[in-house]
Write a new protein. Structure first.
Length: 359
């Protein structure tokens, strides 16, 4: 019985807790936490600066590549115009008139050099649609027709026509544009100042010229005594000149900005030559040197005319440092703006008999 009591008491005694293992009493290591943080403001500014430098380095290269492509496209276009003139000559044994001037129905009317070249530039449908007898009948208020046709071959991609191509002159007159001009020699415009010593000039029953100039002709290759490879057929003309346009705003320039002195088919009037002809009356890339009312500017329209003629007849472009020309043999050259005007004149005059120093 004692045995049983002892056993029973022992079962009622509180049990001592067993001590935790020593390893459980030690502090447990914390899991590693990744140190995540963003860019500081300084680092962000450095990255932006680096990107800006890279863009600054790449953008001129991209622009240069685009301009190079536009220049090549322009060279192809002006070559096509030159080849059209040569094919015209092969058919008729002479180059076409730069601009015909006849008095029809009481007014000066005429066809342009580009009109005559249409069949040789794959523009037969446009040529056939135009009135060959009464040029002013080709003026229209409908873009895409007649004088208002836009001809891609006549446009340099670098040239600028903010008024559009075609552009609107009045409610009844729209005109397509050209970036290229025919070589009219030492001074191709105004009509009564034209020297008629280039490759193209005004012809016809009412054609006008300088008093000292010979009558206008359709030039045969045989009369290009200086050599076809030394004589310009067509050249670019730039249509961007803010100073020129200030005279238009003042009511001069027949109300036309420089970009609208670009009609490939003006259809009539003495001013038509101002849309079509280039020459050596001004240096390459000449632009108006003053604004209307500014220092050096003429105070009268009569004083302005010589500067107007220089600007309208200037060979030039928006390509850097020069302009494309096509020579009488069909070759295309890029004439730089530092070419002396006296040398340019030798390239524009068809039979001066002087040797050109290529250097």
């Amino acid at each position: 019985m004692l045995t049983c009591l002892s056993a029973d008491r022992s079962s009622r005694l509180p049990r001592l807790r067993t001590a935790a293992p020593f390893s459980l009493l030690r502090p447990q290591p914390q899991l590693a936490v990744r140190d995540v943080r963003g860019f500081t403001l300084v680092e962000l500014l450095v990255v932006i600066a680096i990107i800006g430098v890279l863009v600054g380095l790449l953008l001129p290269a991209v622009q240069s590549a685009r301009e190079a492509a536009r220049r090549v496209s322009c060279q192809n276009n002006i070559r096509q115009v030159g080849l059209a003139a040569m094919n015209y000559h092969d058919t008729r044994n002479r180059f076409p008139s730069g601009y015909t001037q006849d008095r029809i129905n009481g007014s000066f009317q005429g066809h342009s050099v580009f009109y005559f070249l249409l069949p040789y530039m794959e523009e037969n449908a446009l040529y056939d649609s135009m009135d060959s007898e009464v040029p002013r009948n080709n003026i229209t208020a409908t873009p895409g027709q007649g004088a208002a046709a836009a001809i891609s071959t006549l446009i340099c991609a670098s040239d600028q026509f903010p008024e559009g191509n075609p552009h609107q002159y009045s409610s009844t007159q729209w005109y397509g544009c050209t970036s290229y001009r025919a070589n009219g020699g030492s001074r191709p415009i105004f009509a009564t100042s034209a020297t008629n010593d280039g490759m193209f000039m005004a012809t016809g029953s009412a054609a006008r010229k300088a008093s000292s100039a010979k009558a206008g002709i359709e030039v045969p290759m045989a009369s290009v005594r200086d050599g076809l490879s030394k004589t310009i057929l067509f050249a670019e003309g730039s249509h961007f000149d803010p100073n020129f346009d200030t005279f238009t705003v003042a009511g001069w320039n027949s109300g036309s900005t420089i970009s609208t002195w670009s009609r490939w088919y003006p259809a009539g009037g003495d001013s038509g030559l101002g849309n079509l002809m280039c020459g050596a009356f001004a240096p390459i890339n000449y632009t108006t040197p003053f604004a209307h009312g500014g220092p050096g500017a003429p105070g009268s329209r009569s004083g302005w005319y010589v500067f107007q003629d220089q600007r309208l007849s200037a060979i030039g472009s928006l390509h850097p440092a020069g302009a494309n020309v096509v020579m009488g043999d069909g070759s295309v050259r890029f004439l730089t703006e530092d070419m002396p005007q006296t040398v340019l004149a030798l390239y524009c005059i068809r039979a001066d008999g002087q040797v050109i120093n290529e250097n």
